[in-house]
Design a binder for this molecule. Structure first.
Ligand code: SF4
Length: 347
């Protein structure tokens, strides 16, 4: 059996098992990523930046989870630590039923074929000195899947799959527009037939009209390949369109999670309401009072006590600075962490 066919067999086995059990393709449990702050000649660790502080969620096969929040909330660190591009401080990540921390480096490399990432800036993420064939085909060479004519044929197939002309195979990144470059980035991400992709602000750097085209392409590929996406963005309008569920992050923690429809119809956490109120929406029946947040996001080096949102929250009470709010379940997968809203709802 060739390397590629064994991977395909493994994938079919995983798909069948996951469908049968409805087991999440990805489970993240209490993930923490702390970056040490070092000072002095001896580089003594004097503090930690708590970029991600106890994040948990599941992602199912063929599902898109939007992860949103202001810049610096830790959402990109979540995506990268799942893929082990950043080493987590603690917490468990299960992918296709396996705990990633228990795998050897060789096993992890093998699993990484099925976990890919699309970066925000396609220009800086593509090697300017490599042709498209080199950029997309590199993975085939590294994993011993294809070379020579077969590699070229596979790269041409991938180019047409992402809506680019196969004849672009000899072009360099600077010869493409921003949207085309992101299509090259997508072709590279799907080359090894992954089941899970982190889309890390994948359309944020593109013009609005191009954003829509790239999102449509991601949705088509999801249908065709059964992909699961963790779609990281600060643009709530984009997230609403593509996501089945949305998780809202603030200062290293998830503060609300719900189906996309529920979250946009019934935002419960004051931070979610503030974010949503800033999004212009063409639907005039959607009445959301404008909430203006005071001040900037505090530093994760020394996060506020209790509810981390309390210094900016328009409805904060004394309990908010004293106790960390627990997750309250509204049913249907809708959860939020807020003392005041939980009390109002009798929870
Ligand atoms: Fe605001 Fe308090 Fe709720 Fe936090 S717990 S969101 S500070 S009301």
């Amino acid at each position: 059996m060739t390397d590629h066919s064994s991977a395909a067999t493994l994938e079919r086995a995983h798909s069948a098992a996951d469908r049968k059990s409805d087991r999440p393709i990805l489970s993240v449990d209490d993930l923490k990523v702390y970056f040490p702050v070092k000072r002095g000649l001896l580089s003594k660790v004097v503090a930690h930046v708590k970029a991600v502080d106890g994040v948990s969620f599941d992602l199912h096969r063929g599902e898109t989870l939007g992860l949103v929040g202001e810049s610096g909330c830790g959402k990109t660190t979540v995506g990268r630590s799942i893929l082990r591009l950043i080493e987590p401080t603690s917490g468990d990540v299960y992918f296709e039923g396996e705990k990633l921390q228990d795998l050897s480096p060789a096993e992890l490399r093998e699993r990484r074929r099925r976990m890919q990432i699309i970066f925000q800036d396609p220009y800086s993420s593509l090697n300017p000195r490599m042709t498209v064939e080199g950029i997309i085909g590199e993975a085939f060479t590294v994993h011993g899947i294809a070379k020579g004519d077969e590699r070229r044929a596979r790269v041409r197939d991938l180019l047409s799959k992402v809506g680019l002309q196969p004849d672009y195979i000899n072009r360099y990144p600077h010869e493409f527009s921003g949207g085309q470059r992101q299509r090259v980035g997508i072709a590279r991400a799907i080359a090894l037939n992954p089941s899970f992709i982190v889309c890390d602000e994948a359309v944020s750097a593109l013009d609005v009209s191009i954003q829509a085209q790239v999102i449509n392409l991601l949705e088509e590929l999801q249908q065709e390949m059964g992909l699961s996406y963790l779609f990281i963005a600060h643009n709530l309008a984009v997230v609403e369109h593509i996501s089945d569920r949305v998780a809202v992050m603030y200062l290293g923690k998830i503060v609300e999670t719900a189906s996309s429809i529920d979250l946009y119809k019934n935002p419960t956490h004051p931070y979610t309401r503030a974010l949503l109120s800033a999004v212009p929406h063409p639907d005039p029946t959607r009445q959301i009072d404008r909430v203006v947040l005071q001040g900037d996001v505090p530093t994760p080096l020394n996060p506020p006590s209790g509810c981390r949102f309390h210094p900016r929250c328009p409805i904060a009470e004394s309990i908010c600075s004293e106790e960390i709010p627990r997750m309250t379940d509204l049913g249907n997968g809708h959860q939020f962490a807020c003392h005041v809203e939980a009390r109002k709802l009798g929870k």
